[in-house]
Each structure stands twice: as structure tokens, then as C-alpha cells.
Design a protein around this ligand. Structure first.
Ligand SMILES: [Cu+2]
Length: 270
């Protein structure tokens, strides 16, 4: 009986130490993310940080997290409306924004407000520069403020965003995203389609039909058990892509809407 008590004591302390390390993981919500920019909204006494899933912002669909901190108390602000307003000032003098998914909730998730921006051009001395205005608003306190942050956007090694113009003059932007790093096996896969209404309005496109086919160009084979992305919400088309082995893959997308058909592909290394 005494022995059993001791051994269950050991198990209990093991469990406690395990749950402690779990807690530590939750205490650092930006673990694995990269801080891209930060600034202080002075009227609202709020430090605004922007964190990204990858080390650099790239032309394509970037998941971004806003983190708000009270500059007086150093405590996280977990209830706020957060809006991303990117703007590119082109060397030509033209200005334009980009497709945005603003944080959907006024409640932070583990102190972070997740959203996304599909950057449609890279930064460059002979191209132009990006600024991100982050608007924060607290309804309960009736406060509103913003910061303006400089961003650098690079061209990725492999294309992650395509744009094209149709005969009727509509411009479309097609990007993709994996919720988890893609690996061998069946992966959840999202395609985003946006159009350009004006220089600062890039609404989601919800009525495309997508047929998807992955291919391994170096070996000349595809894979079974894929699900072509279908529209779910807000210009996001959700499907599944099966990579049967490591190496170079090409995801062919056939986009159609009425008479209009557009074929394009994304290359990636698995
Ligand atoms: Cu531009």
C-alpha cells in the first residue's frame, strides 16, 4: 500500500512537470513566429506588434498576428477591433492596397489577433514601398487609434501569387495557403481569390469553380485522393492535396467562371 502511494506520487509529479511545460508553451504565444514590425499608438497607450509565420513577408498570402500591449502596465490587451490597412506607394506615384483578411474576432486568441494580407507586389527601390496602417478600436472604452508601420515584402523563390486580367477587364489575384507545413500525405489546402474594385478595395471572389491536379514534373506522375478546393467563405476555397512522396510538386489549378477559364500552377518542394 505504501509502495503504491509512492509510485503514484511519482506519476503525479511527472504529470505535474509535464503540465508545467505545457503551460510554458502557452505563455509564449509568439513561439516560432517572427516579429515583423512594431509601433506605439500614443493616444491609446498601446504598443502594436506584427508577427508573421515566416521569417519575411512575401508576395502571396501572409498570415499575420497583431499583439497589443498597454504601454503603461505592460499587460496584453485582449479585446479590441483590429484592422489591417496595407498601402503601397509606387515609384510611379500610384498608390494601392492589397487583399486583406482582418482579424475576425474582437477577442485575442492567446494574446494574438490573427489575420492575413495577400501582398500583390514586392518592395524595391525602383518599385515602391509598403506601409501597414493598423487601426485599433475599443468599443467599451470608446477609444480609437492607429499606428503606421514600414514593411518589406520580398519576391519568394517560388511564385505564391498569380494575377491575371480577363477580357471584361476584371483583375484577379490567386494565392494559396497551408494551415500546417505541407508534408507527404493528404494536406488541407486553401486557395484564395480576390479581385480589384479600386486602388484600396480588393474584395473576395466567391463564384469560381476550381479543378486541382497535383503533378510531380520530374517523375511524370500525379497522385490519387485529392479534393479540388470549393468555396467556403470570404474568397477562401478549401480542398485537400495529396503528396505521395518528397520532392518537387506542381499544383495545377483550372479556374472557371461561366465562359472564362484560366489555368495556372504553383510549384513547391515537399
Ligand atoms: Cu505596387
Amino acid at each position: 500500500m505504501k509502495l503504491r502511494l509512492i509510485s503514484s506520487g511519482i506519476i503525479l509529479s511527472t504529470l505535474l512537470s509535464l503540465s508545467c511545460s505545457d503551460d510554458e508553451a502557452q505563455i509564449n504565444p509568439t513561439e516560432g513566429l517572427t516579429k515583423i514590425a512594431e509601433g506605439v499608438a500614443t493616444t491609446a497607450n498601446t504598443k502594436v506588434e506584427i508577427w508573421a509565420e515566416e521569417e519575411e513577408l512575401f508576395v502571396g498570402y501572409n498570415i499575420l498576428y497583431a499583439k497589443l500591449t498597454n504601454t503603461t502596465t505592460d499587460e496584453s490587451i485582449n479585446e479590441s477591433i483590429v484592422q489591417f490597412m496595407p498601402m503601397m506607394s509606387m515609384v510611379s506615384g500610384m498608390k494601392h492596397s492589397a487583399p486583406v483578411d482582418n482579424p475576425a474576432s474582437e477577442q485575442a486568441v492567446n494574446t494574438l489577433y490573427p489575420g492575413a494580407i495577400n501582398f500583390i507586389m514586392p518592395s524595391g527601390t525602383d518599385i515602391g514601398s509598403w506601409k501597414l496602417k493598423v487601426r485599433i478600436q475599443n468599443k467599451a472604452k470608446n477609444t480609437e487609434d492607429f499606428v503606421e508601420l514600414d514593411l518589406n515584402v520580398v519576391t519568394p523563390e517560388k511564385t505564391r501569387m498569380h494575377s491575371f486580367t480577363t477580357e471584361d477587364g476584371m483583375k484577379y489575384f490567386v494565392s494559396y495557403h497551408f494551415n500546417k507545413k505541407p508534408k507527404v500525405g493528404v494536406n488541407d489546402f486553401e486557395v484564395m481569390i480576390h479581385t480589384k474594385q479600386s486602388m484600396d478595395s480588393f474584395p473576395p471572389v466567391t463564384d469560381f469553380t476550381i479543378t486541382m491536379e497535383p503533378e510531380m514534373p520530374s517523375m511524370g506522375h500525379g497522385s490519387p485522393n485529392n479534393i479540388s478546393p470549393i468555396h467556403k467563405s470570404n474568397g477562401h476555397y478549401v480542398g485537400k492535396v495529396n503528396f505521395t512522396m518528397t520532392g518537387d510538386w506542381r499544383i495545377h489549378l483550372n479556374l472557371s467562371k461561366g465562359e472564362m477559364v484560366k489555368e495556372l500552377y504553383f510549384d513547391l518542394d515537399i
